[in-house]
Design a binder for this molecule. Structure first.
Ligand code: 5AD
Ligand code: SF4
Length: 484
């Protein structure tokens, strides 16, 4: 829809519309006047730099924010020496927060050189009251702060900052609202993330996400299908359905549908070649979904299934609602249905109360499942979560030792696992030029595994057969099988 909207046709002398997304287009047109004024004064377009921290959800949100910026008339900067710097923040682990504070220190020095520079912060970290208080007190050079629930209001908030000249802060605690049909500026022309739901209701005891992303809300299936259709029309062949827990998709809709049913509808979209999704919660992964994955021609043979811990006792403390045994039997069921599936996971080390026996259970699961890859995390205490007040926190040194042991194990297994396709010819979506190897491209198998192979840039965005000649730890070297 946004492609059809002409900002020039919006009457800026009228009152702003109360309906969304019309209201935001009105403010985009207003902001564009500001941009034009900037151009008159400076003889150039203003530059905006966006930096995304955290997960795929945030990456998708940033595409929406960049869509607004480019509609308004900002040019893209490739570093922070810009007229507007926007950080889309993450707060899932403390390290993510510290990174943002570090970067803010750097922005302060830039702003001294260019006092007209605007600094905007948004995303999960801004949903924490203590963070906003700290910004107000110690980072007074920040111009605009907003959160996850009102991201769609970016244009309106930016205009407020332009017109008031004052720091603009707008944070909502939660929302029921999903605003559709706003512009997006996609990073890739041939693949795209598609939100199917927002928020999370699981309250894993270590996790801050339910507090900063709010309650679970699913998008209407028609909206999702329409979005994918128009993405495909514009050249997209791979989509990634995004949600904190896609397996509970649709439960809160007026006319509930299951995630598996949604996938069946997505599968029907002509021209769409690959379907991925993340993240799956093991407790909600249904037999129906496994069957749909098994019979689908488009769903990729990759499943991200965070286990978090191998100890049933710790899993209970984490409020994960499955046990080591039920996780293992789920994996067994999935592998029986789709034998070549690539399984990846997330694991937390050093959760409060984790003993060496609990950790041994985690290692045991890793050895039994043999993940294709695993993201391993040191437990990070997040204020406001139940785990933060558990009184048997694991000493840092012990957690680090366990982390190193786990990482070694995970990497060894992953490098053995990856060899299973060596010598085969499989389809690869060519994604980008390889920056290290001249004349090479980098792409991905359906299994999510990276492949480097010789090829011309014109192949980018196409799915082509590639012979996997050599497995190298966590990726493949291959050669184009076309004409073989
Ligand atoms: N500490 C460490 N890791 C965490 N994760 C979420 N919260 C925490 C935390 N407090 C990890 C989980 C989740 C991934 C996205 O981040 O493994 O699956
Ligand atoms: Fe966090 Fe658990 Fe929700 Fe994932 S499912 S976002 S780990 S609370």
């Amino acid at each position: 829809m946004h492609n059809e909207i002409d900002l020039n046709k919006i009457d800026l002398n009228s009152e702003p519309p109360t309906e969304e997304p019309a209201r935001q287009y009105y403010f985009m047109a207003k902001c564009r006047e500001w941009v034009r004024e900037f151009e008159r004064k400076n003889g150039r377009r203003p530059f905006a730099f966006t930096q995304t921290f955290g997960c795929q959800m945030n990456a998708r949100d940033s595409e929406k924010l960049e869509g607004v910026l480019s509609m308004i008339g900002f040019a893209k900067a490739d570093n922070e020496e810009a007229d507007l710097v926007l950080y889309n923040t993450c707060t899932v682990r403390e390290h993510a927060n510290l990174k943002v504070y570090g970067r803010l220190g750097y922005l302060k020095t830039l702003k001294k050189k260019n006092p007209d520079m605007l600094i905007a912060l948004c995303g999960c970290m801004m949903q924490e009251e203590t963070v906003v208080e700290k910004i107000k007190k110690s980072y007074r050079f920040v111009d605009l702060v907003f959160g996850t629930h009102n991201l769609y209001k970016f244009a309106e908030l930016l205009y407020h900052r332009f017109s008031s000249g004052k720091i603009t802060i707008d944070i909502w605690k939660d929302t029921e609202k999903i605003v559709e049909e706003l512009p997006t500026d996609r990073k890739y022309s041939f693949k795209s993330g598609v939100n199917i739901m927002f928020g999370c209701n699981n309250f894993c005891s270590y996790c801050i996400v339910p507090y900063v992303r709010g309650r679970e809300r699913s998008r209407e299936p028609e909206q999702i299908i329409n979005e994918i259709r128009s993405l495909v029309e514009s050249g997209v062949s791979e989509i990634m359905l995004l949600g904190q827990n896609v397996n509970s998709y649709g439960k809160t809709l007026k006319n509930p549908i299951t995630f598996a049913e949604l996938l069946l509808e997505v599968e029907k979209i002509e021209g769409l070649k690959r379907i991925r999704f993340m993240t799956s919660h093991p407790k909600d992964l249904s037999d129906e979904l496994i069957q749909v994955m098994k019979t689908s021609k488009k769903i990729c043979h990759q499943l991200h299934l965070p286990v978090q811990s191998g100890s049933s006792r710790i899993l209970k403390e984490m409020n994960r609602k499955y046990t080591k045994e039920s996780y293992l039997s789920l994996v067994h069921k999935i592998r029986e249905a789709i034998p070549d599936i690539s399984l990846t996971t997330d694991i937390i080390v050093g959760f409060p109360g984790e003993t060496k026996e609990d950790f041994a259970e985690t290692l045991d699961v890793v050895r039994k499942v043999r993940f294709d890859s695993a993201f391993t995390f040191l437990y990070s205490k997040r204020t406001g979560t139940p785990a933060a007040t558990m009184n048997n926190q694991v000493p840092e040194q012990i957690a680090k030792e366990r982390f190193d042991r786990l990482l070694k194990e995970v990497q060894e297994i992953a490098s053995e696992q990856i060899q299973r396709f060596e010598g085969q010819t499989l389809e690869v979506l060519a994604e980008e030029k390889n920056e290290q190897l001249d004349g090479y491209l980098t792409g991905r198998l359906s299994h999510g595994i990276v492949v480097h192979f010789q090829g011309e840039e014109e192949l980018i965005g196409k799915i082509i057969p590639v012979k996997l000649t050599q497995a190298k730890g966590f990726y493949y070297m291959g050669c184009k099988a076309v004409g073989d």
